[in-house]
Design a protein around this ligand. Structure first.
Ligand SMILES: Cc1ncc(COP(=O)(O)O)c(C=O)c1O
Length: 446
C-alpha cells in the first residue's frame, strides 16, 4: 500500500477473514443455512421480505455481505448514540473481557458496576441514587413496577397494585410492561386476557384530557401504586411529542395523591431529546426512572431502574421480606457496565449535546420540504428525532425496501417515517438521509 493510500476499511478485513461471507450478490452460506432457524421480531415471516445480511458496522454505516454500505438512520433501535464501533468503548469492552467477563451480582460486587451506579446517580437529577441493573428495557420497567408495588406493601398497604399509564405509550414486550402500553396497540389487544388491568388514559394536555385524567385519579387513586410515562416523547407508539407542562402536571398530581411517578427514559435518556435526560426539560424529578438502550452506547444489553432515596428507604428494614425480590442472572454484567462507563466518558469528553443541537437543526431544515406534500400529516423534530407523519402507510415493507434501494437504513413504523441517527453522524450522511425521505415521500404523493 502506498503511503498516500487510505487504509482498507476494517470491515473488509473482517469479511476477508470470514470465508463464509460471499460478496457480491450471492447470499453467504451461513445466511442460507441459518435463515430457516431464526424467529424474527415483529415480523409475519411468511410475507416479510428477508432480512438484510449485515457483516459489519462502522460509524453510521451498516455493511452488507455484498459490500453495500447503508447509511443508518435508526442507530439500531436508538442505541448507538456514538456511532458503531467507537474505539473507546471497544477498548473498554476488550479490557473487561480479558479481566473478568462476568461474575454473578449476588454476594459479589465489582468496579464497573459500582462506578457506573455512582456515575448515574451523579448524572441524574435530585436524589435518584439507587441503581438496580438488568439486561433489557422491558425488565427495567418490570422492576420499576415491582418496586412501586412493594414500596406500598412494605409500608403496610397491600391493595395498591394498579398503575395509571397513557394511550400512545410503549414500555416493552414482557407481560407486566405490555400491560401499561397503549391498549389499542396490537400486542396488547392480542394478550388482553393474559394482561393485568391498569388504567390507561390520554396524556393530560388539554381541558378534556386533563378532566379525564383527574377523574380517573379521583376514582382510582386508592388502588394505584404509581403513574408510568415516557417523558416528552412516546417513542415506539409513534414518536409523539408532548409538552414539559404535561410532566409537571403529572408530578403535581402524583404528589397530591401520594403516588410514585415513574419516568421511562429508555428511549429518551442519554441526550436523544436534546438534554441528557428528558426530565431535565420539565425540571421534574420522578421517583423512579428506567434507562436502557443508549446506556452502553449501543454495544451490549444493559438497563437500569433507578430509585430516589425515599423509595429505597421503604425496602431498608429488619424484615427480610422487605427486600426487593428480583435478580437477573446476568445482572450488572461487567463487560456491559464497562461499555456503559466508556459511553459516559464519551458524553463527558466529546460534545454530544452540541452535536444533537446541530442534528436537530439539520433535521428541521432537511425534512421541511415534506411539510407541503400531500399525504403528509405532520413534520416534527425534537433533539435528534425527526419525524414525518403520513396520513397512512399501506405497504410498510415496500417503503423500507425503497429506502434500502436509496442506500439508507430507515424503518418506517406505523404511519411515520423517522430518523434517530447516531449523534456522531456526518453532515453529508444526515443530508443524504433527509433527502432520501423527501424524495421517497414526494414520489408517494405525486
Ligand atoms: C420507552 C421504552 N421502554 C421500554 C422499552 C423496552 O426495551 P427493550 O426492548 O430493551 O426491552 C422500549 C423499547 O423500545 C422503549 O422504547
Amino acid at each position: 500500500m502506498g503511503k498516500m493510500d487510505a487504509p482498507e476499511p476494517e470491515w473488509k478485513h473482517r469479511m476477508a477473514a470470514n470465508p463464509t461471507n460471499r460478496p457480491p450478490g450471492e447470499a453467504p452460506d451461513w445466511y442460507r443455512a441459518g435463515l430457516d432457524h431464526i424467529w424474527r421480531p415483529y415480523a409475519q415471516m411468511k410475507s416479510a421480505r428477508p432480512p438484510l445480511p449485515a457483516v459489519a458496522t462502522l460509524g453510521s454505516r451498516i455493511v452488507l455481505t455484498d459490500g453495500r454500505e447503508l447509511i443508518d438512520g435508526i442507530a439500531s433501535w436508538w442505541t448507538a448514540c456514538h456511532g458503531y464501533n467507537h474505539p473507546h468503548i471497544r477498548a473498554a469492552v476488550e479490557y473487561q473481557l480479558a479481566v473478568m467477563p462476568h461474575v454473578m451480582f449476588g454476594g459479589l460486587a465489582h468496579e464497573p458496576a459500582l462506578t457506573l451506579a455512582r456515575r448515574l446517580a451523579e448524572l441524574l437529577p435530585g436524589d435518584l441514587e439507587r441503581v438496580f441493573f438488568s439486561e433489557s428495557g422491558s425488565v427495567a420497567v418490570e422492576v420499576a413496577m415491582k418496586m412501586a408495588v412493594q414500596f406500598w406493601i412494605n409500608r403496610g398497604v397491600s391493595n395498591r397494585t394498579k398503575f395509571l399509564a397513557f394511550t400512545g405509550g410503549y414500555h416493552g414486550d414482557t407481560t407486566g410492561a405490555m400491560a401499561v402500553c397503549d391498549p389499542g396497540e396490537g400486542m396488547h389487544r392480542l394478550f388482553h386476557d393474559l394482561l393485568p388491568r391498569h388504567h390507561i388514559v390520554d396524556l393530560p394536555w388539554d381541558e378534556a384530557s386533563i378532566a379525564a385524567f383527574e377523574c380517573c385519579l379521583e376514582d382510582h387513586a386508592q388502588e394505584l401504586a404509581g403513574i408510568v410515562v415516557e417523558p416528552l416523547v412516546q417513542g415506539a407508539g409513534g414518536m409523539r411529542f408532548h409538552d414539559a407542562a404535561v410532566l409537571r402536571r403529572l408530578r403535581e398530581a402524583a404528589d397530591r395523591h401520594g403516588l410514585l411517578l415513574i419516568f421511562d427514559e429508555i428511549f429518551t435518556g442519554f441526550g436523544r431529546t436534546g438534554t441528557m435526560f428528558a426530565c431535565e426539560q420539565a425540571s421534574v424529578v420522578p421517583d423512579i426512572i428506567t434507562l436502557g438502550k443508549a446506556l452502553t452506547g449501543g454495544t451490549l444489553p444493559l438497563a437500569a431502574t433507578v430509585a430516589r432515596r425515599h423509595v429505597f428507604d421503604a425496602f431498608w428494614s429488619d424484615d427480610p421480606a422487605h427486600a426487593l425480590m428480583h435478580g437477573p442472572t446476568y445482572m450488572a454484567n461487567p463487560i456491559a457496565c464497562s461499555a456503559a462507563n466508556a459511553s459516559l466518558d464519551l458524553f463527558e469528553r466529546e460534545p454530544r449535546l452540541r452535536q444533537v443541537a446541530v442534528i436537530s437543526q439539520a433535521l428541521r431544515d432537511g425534512l421541511a420540504p415534506c411539510r407541503t406534500l400531500s399525504g403528509v400529516k405532520d413534520v416534527r423534530v425534537l433533539g435528534a428525532i425527526g419525524v414525518v407523519e403520513l396520513e397512512r402507510i399501506d405497504d410498510v415493507e415496500g417503503l423500507r425496501a425503497r429506502f434500502v434501494e436509496e442506500g439508507m437504513f430507515i424503518r418506517p413504523l406505523g404511519n411515520i417515517v423517522y430518523l434517530t441517527p447516531a449523534f456522531t453522524i456526518g453532515a453529508d450522511d444526515l443530508a443524504a438521509l433527509t433527502s432520501a425521505i423527501v424524495r421517497v415521500v414526494t414520489a408517494r404523493s405525486s
